[in-house]
Design a protein around this ligand. Structure first.
Ligand SMILES: N[C@@H](CCC(=O)N[C@@H](CS)C(=O)NCC(=O)O)C(=O)O
Length: 210
């Protein structure tokens, strides 16, 4: 059994979607980051950077429980444990990890800041908004080029790279920045297909215990 500790944000959704795509049993526990649950000692014990998502695999390696934080590390762990969504051939695996790290290192931080300065910042700071929106737009251009030649980010197979990235592109709606997608038809079509997946529909508005 996997215990998922999370919340319905782009990073949180990656793991609920992954667990549904894998079809493995899990329990979903709420960590409400709006009310500060991420700073509770019991959560910090499994996620020392006070961020969701985190998991505890009650049957980890050697049968012992294993806790994991950082969504990229969780996706790789689950993909390897269940032998799905991370190709085993060296080229497919490398392509998938490249696009996964592109999300973790670039898409997440830049889209997160673009969203923060557009929707949440108390002060209007045009320099910050422009800096992060421009960079998010540039990243969309990188994805557009890749998706104009490939069905999925890492090639012809749906992988953890798509699961990691699509929730961030979908977040543009929530930030009031959905117009940014207009110049990128291949990204838009890929996102539409992602949203239509049964696993994604089932847990997009996941109900957590707690
Ligand atoms: N690099 C981390 C980022 C996780 C992250 O930023 N989580 C946010 C929600 S999307 C969070 O928990 N924020 C609460 C806080 O920073 O206090 C990952 O990919 O797991």
């Amino acid at each position: 059994m996997i215990d998922l500790h999370s919340f319905n944000t782009p990073n949180g959704r990656k793991i609920s979607i992954m667990l549904e795509e894998l079809g493995v049993p899990y329990r979903a526990h709420l960590v409400h980051i709006g009310r500060g649950d991420q700073f509770k000692p019991e959560f910090l014990a499994i996620s020392p950077n006070n961020k969701i998502p985190a998991i505890v695999d009650q049957e980890g390696p050697g049968g012992a429980p294993l806790s994991i934080f950082e969504s990229g590390a969780i996706l790789i762990y689950l993909a390897e444990k269940y032998g799905k969504l991370l190709p085993q051939d060296p080229v497919g695996r490398s392509n998938t990890l490249q696009w996964l790290f592109f999300q973790v290192g670039s898409v997440g931080p830049m889209f997160g800041q673009a969203g923060h300065f557009t929707r949440f910042a108390k002060d209007d700071i045009p320099y910050a908004k422009k800096r992060y929106i421009d960079e998010a737009g540039r990243l969309l251009g990188v994805m557009e080029k890749q998706l104009s030649n490939h069905k999925f980010l890492a090639g012809d197979e749906f992988t953890i790279a798509d699961i990691a990235t699509a929730p961030w592109i979908a977040a543009l709606d929530f930030y009031g920045l959905s117009d940014m997608l207009e110049p990128f038809p291949h990204v838009s079509a890929w996102l539409k297909d992602f949203r239509a997946r049964p696993a994604v529909q089932k847990v997009w508005d996941m109900k957590y215990e707690g």
